[in-house]
Design a protein around this ligand. Structure first.
Ligand code: HEM
Length: 408
């Protein structure tokens, strides 16, 4: 601790921002805009939240902070299967140095060439789903497209054969219930999904060990010699975690991007210039991150900007608020795909816990957007989208009704 550290973190050491439970995440942003002028850290009904860009960036790579550990789920009354998930699968919860060892093995599955090779598969999946929407007008981007698209991409990534996609897809959807609060009413479906997926992955890993191929699972299995072996449970858990990490995040983010482009009059502009697609993806990620809360816990007492954070303090790094910090992004609340600082946002975190699937997600969104732009020269809102009720770590459209004919 240094002499500059003059204050212990206590409830009255930082401003309080009242977030009524029914307030949606969009309006929450405005409350943080005002608070950021006074402080980098605030207290809310959820806990202590870091809302300034520079502080979020620094703290996301600070080794004095770690994942929150499996107690997070234990406190929510988790079942045996959920505790297996928390201790073996959930990378954001697994503490160092075990986290780094598992992450290193998984990284071999997410190389740029591997993601690039998946572009045609992504495009085919998007094309097939859009074709199935052919007779529908208006249509719902979420129900008709994004509910299914990320699952198809994840199945292609992991080498799940077409005939298993439906079964795999419903387990993946039920796994997403792990983000619900309270957890208890959803436990029967979550438990069945974890059990089903563990059995499925055990077979997939067994096949890969017996007949090594070139797919994702094979790459991760093969990396083990190099990175130090993972136990069978860790390997199974790591694959299971990818479904949780890669489904709802991308599902919400794609719908949000289409919504922003249509609502803010960018659809035709992007359509006229395919080079603008990456900028549109980055700007949607910045302005409306689908997952905008990174959870961290102090490993030890430590000082940051004159404030002492006692060991065990839980911190929320709020990337929604950080991405709207005017010190980093001029006119931060405007949707502008032509920004000159694309990719500087913190939506995927940064440092040793940064999202492993960021390249996959970015490519997935760009490929699907390209297909939408080819199929739909004109798009307009056919009603207001529904947003998740109340405060949630996940943000994005639940329904997005669109029409191909633009009303006069
Ligand atoms: C738009 C879509 C996505 C968003 C916004 C997103 C965001 C995030 C965030 C914020 C984290 C936590 C970073 C931290 O704590 O510092 C994370 C972690 C992770 N994400 Fe993503 N993600 C997305 C898609 C994906 C996809 C498609 C995959 C893989 C299939 C994936 C795999 C992971 C994994 C494995 C982790 C844990 C990394 C670790 O703890 O080392 N994500 N993601």
């Amino acid at each position: 601790m240094t002499a500059a550290a003059d204050r212990f973190l206590t409830e009255d050491a930082v401003p309080f921002v009242d977030l009524p439970p029914q307030q949606d995440n969009g309006r929450t942003g405005a409350a943080f805009d005002a608070a950021r002028q006074q402080s980098w850290l605030v207290r809310t009904t959820r806990g202590y939240e870091v809302i300034e860009y520079a502080a979020c960036r620094e703290l996301s790579v600070d080794r004095r902070l770690d994942g929150v550990g499996p107690d997070y789920y234990r406190r929510l009354g988790a079942s045996e299967q959920v505790m297996w998930y928390a201790t073996q699968a959930s990378l954001p919860m697994i503490e160092e140095p075990r986290h780094a060892r598992i992450r290193k093995a998984l990284q071999h599955g997410f190389t740029r060439p591997r993601v690039e090779r998946m572009r045609p598969l992504m495009r085919q999946a998007a094309w097939r789903l859009v074709e199935q929407m052919a007779g529908r007008d208006p249509f719902d981007v979420v129900g008709d497209f994004t509910d299914r698209y990320p699952i198809e991409v994840l199945c292609a990534l992991m080498g799940v054969p077409d005939e298993d996609i439906d079964r795999f897809g419903s387990w993946t959807v039920d796994l997403g219930l792990l983000a619900k609060f309270p957890l208890e009413p959803h436990l029967p479906r979550i438990d069945a999904a974890i059990r089903g997926l563990r059995g499925y992955f055990a077979e997939l890993i067994g096949r890969s060990e017996d007949h090594p191929g070139e797919d994702f699972v094979a790459a991760v299995v093969a990396a083990q010699g190099e990175t130090g072996s993972l136990t069978h449970d860790e390997l199974c858990g790591a694959l299971l975690n990818l479904l949780f990490a890669g489904h709802d995040t991308t599902r919400y983010q794609f719908g949000t991007m289409v919504h922003l482009l249509v609502r803010h009059g960018w659809w035709q502009r992007i359509r006229a210039d395919a080079d603008a697609i990456p900028g549109a993806v980055e700007e949607a990620l910045r302005l409306e991150p689908s997952l905008h809360i990174l959870l961290r816990q102090a490993r030890e007492d430590f000082e940051y900007r004159g404030l002492v954070l006692p060991a065990g303090t839980l911190l929320i790094l709020n990337t929604f608020a950080a991405n709207r910090d005017p010190a980093m992004f001029p006119e931060p609340n405007a949707f502008d795909p032509a920004r000159t600082s694309p990719g500087k946002h913190l939506t995927f975190g940064s440092g040793g816990r940064m999202c492993l699937g960021h390249l996959l997600a970015r490519t997935e969104m760009a490929e699907a957007l390209q297909v939408f732009l080819e199929w739909f020269p004109l798009l307009a809102l056919a009603g207001e989208p529904q947003m998740p009720a109340g405060l949630s770590a996940m943000n994005g459209v639940e329904t997005l009704p669109l029409t191909r004919s633009v009303p006069r």
